[in-house]
Design a protein around this ligand. Sequence first.
Ligand SMILES: *Cc1c(COP(=O)(O)O)cnc(C)c1O
Length: 369
Amino acid sequence: MNLCDLAPEYIHSIAPYQPGKPISELAREMRLDENSIIKLASNENPFGTSPLALEAMRKALGEVMRYPDGSGFELKNALSKKYAVDNDQIVLGNGSNDVLELAARVFLKPGASAVYSQHAFAVYPLVTQAAGANGISVPAKNYGHDIDAILDAIKPETRVVFIANPNNPTGTFLSATDLLRFLKRVSQDVLVVLDEAYNEYLPEISRANTIVWLSSFPNLLITRTFSKIYGLAGIRIGFGLAHANVAGLMNRIRQPFNVNSIGLSGALAAIDDVEFIRRSYELNQAGMLQITTGLRRLGLKYIPSYGNFLSFCVNNGRATAVYQHLLKQGVIVRPIGIYEMPQFLRVTIGLESENHKFLQSLENAIKED
Ligand SMILES: *Cc1c(COP(=O)(O)O)cnc(C)c1O
């Protein structure tokens, strides 16, 4: 028998993750100038990266012949100060995707199951399947998480529930009240992964201190990332906060140097750049208003979003055609058919000029299509 045929069936059946189209690829395909292309497809920070982080990373380049600090000591110290947790409650990851995978590998195995919502982040089914476990997708309510349905879907063999808040790609949000109600009802032998990749984009009134919940719920894992508002998606740093016992198991199976030295330096400096975060937040608020106003003017429906992106509806099965039309005009957005939302496109909030070009190109695409 062929070697590859002998790989487990659950590996064969994994649908590969589809990332946003890179600028360089579109430039090649459409013979466009890279500088004329705008990418609003991966929820990156259009404002760039904190200058403090850039400076720190330049300095760190001089030491790349050495292995990074495998314990991430300095970054963990800074995180522990910022979030009032102990160092042994922190798991650093090569992006928060790595942390999600570590959680799956620790708690899932063939015969176990993980529960997540329909339209939730694509990495949850991916890491669940990679661990050989069974994924249970729960129908969404108004595109968001249906807490009661999720509770009902949990089976005796369920070990993990994934919840993205806000969720990507829908931008929907669960209040602290709903989440607490959920946490109180979930059995403590189920790990609740609360993925807060977009937490920093929440307005002050919606943002709860979820991290203090860790002391009441030893089965809670909160994940955060430097990929979104911190503008460091390329250097791959994310982290998880949990009870020390949970973090300890995850740290046991991670690769000894899963986080790189440039990333460690950049993240450490980025934490302190409060001004950069504030401006990124404000830029996003203004851009969200610009895009929602524009979509309304074009008569397009959208799902109100708490993140730095927005999913809007293109009726009559034309989402793919509109996506292609936007590509021809040098605008990359994200089709979300794999999220069971084939009639939607997701756009990341960009700079004012990018949002303007997106809206104009969209108007062209809709008129001409
Ligand atoms: C972008 C995103 C992440 C972050 O992934 P990284 O690996 O940290 O870049 C995590 N969860 C969700 C829901 C996201 O959209």
